[in-house]
Design a protein around this ligand. Structure first.
Ligand SMILES: Cc1cc2nc3c(=O)[nH]c(=O)nc-3n(C[C@H](O)[C@H](O)[C@H](O)COP(=O)(O)OP(=O)(O)OC[C@H]3O[C@@H](n4cnc5c(N)ncnc54)[C@H](O)[C@@H]3O)c2cc1C
Length: 292
């Protein structure tokens, strides 16, 4: 591995320490660029040498397989600049979405309350257009800045394809999100805090937050929510493979209850999909991502 200025390099890291499922095998290199220049130099080295790589945010929406990963995982959490001008915020991809929700509330800026309790980074949230309670991050975005083929590109939201839990970046894995610019609006701080409290309470009541998990496993099919399908139609609450269980609290969550491996989680996903197809003729689509 080439030495690059402002690049922190760790070797033979266990991905179970960097994923919210607490599963995943070892990876050869785990690196943190501290500047965009370091990231640019790293990417040019990676492409020149045809090295396998993966950009990680907070690891809260992924299943990293148990096999050894002979490549580089790039963690952007050191890119965490934030610039606030009145209602406009430019925030780097490594910044925590939770921290942003909290900063905005302190400033009396409304628009991000829906994201209270989504435990990812700005990069991860933009990549999958994270959302809840009828809102999503792209609704607030004005511009996205990203690195593609060595070039820094800034595009208005209208020029970037996005949709339900989808963005351009899902189909263009070579593009790395650097920052987003969002626009919020002024509101009474107490009203904002009340909303955040309400959403947080809802999550505590309905989601199995006491166990390692990675949020919703499947996208909602057209006719029924994935949770209701798995619970009432497929009767799979509590079903397990090894240490991975379908949560009793929310059937669209898989929890790592007892030292699960990624393989357990993947096998349980396959089983749920199989039963959904067999019993209801529904093809479930994965919301989480399996990284090999
Ligand atoms: C308890 C819990 C509740 C959740 N609730 C919700 C919810 O309500 N709504 C929701 O949408 N999600 C939810 N999630 C899922 C997850 O938190 C979000 O999808 C989050 O936005 C993922 O961000 P991350 O930084 O953890 O991404 P990661 O899991 O690290 O990565 C996800 C994908 O984003 C890509 N990526 C990350 N950063 C970049 C970047 N800078 N450039 C390009 N690609 C990048 C990765 O390569 C990967 O493909 C929940 C998860 C948990 C554990």
């Amino acid at each position: 591995m080439k030495e690059i200025k402002d690049l922190i390099i760790k070797e033979n890291v266990k991905m179970s320490e960097y994923t919210s499922y607490k599963t995943g095998g070892e990876v050869l290199y785990y690196v943190y660029p501290k500047t965009i220049e370091a990231l640019q130099e790293l990417m040019s080295y990676i492409f020149k040498n045809n090295i396998k790589y993966f950009v990680i945010g907070n690891g809260t929406n992924i299943i990293f397989t148990d096999e050894f990963y002979d490549g580089i995982v790039i963690n952007l959490s050191k890119l965490e600049e934030i610039k606030i001008e009145n209602t406009i915020i430019e925030v780097s991809s490594g910044y925590s979405l939770q921290k942003l929700v909290s900063e905005a509330s302190k400033l009396g800026l409304t628009g991000l309350e829906f994201a209270a309790g989504i435990p990812g980074t700005i990069g991860g949230a933009t990549y999958m257009n994270a959302g809840a309670y009828g809102s999503c991050i792209f609704e607030k975005i004005k511009y996205v800045k990203y690195l593609e083929n060595g070039e820094i590109i800034k595009k208005a939201k209208e020029e970037v394809p996005y949709g339900n839990r989808y963005s351009y970046f899902k189909d263009n894995k070579k593009a790395i999100i650097l920052s987003i610019t969002i626009e919020l609006s002024h509101e009474d701080k107490n009203i904002i805090l009340d909303k955040i409290k309400e959403y947080t309470q809802k999550r505590i009541q309905t989601q199995p937050l006491e166990y390692p998990n990675a949020g919703s496993v499947f996208k909602n099919p057209e006719t029924i929510s994935a949770g209701a399908l798995i619970d009432t139609k497929l009767n799979l609450k509590g079903k397990n493979v090894g240490g991975a269980y379908v949560s009793e609290k929310h059937a669209n969550f898989i929890i790592n209850k007892n030292n699960a491996t990624s393989n357990d989680i993947i096998k349980l996903i396959e089983e749920i999909k199989r039963v959904a197809k067999q019993k209801e003729n529904i093809v479930l689509q994965l919301e989480q991502e399996i990284i090999k």
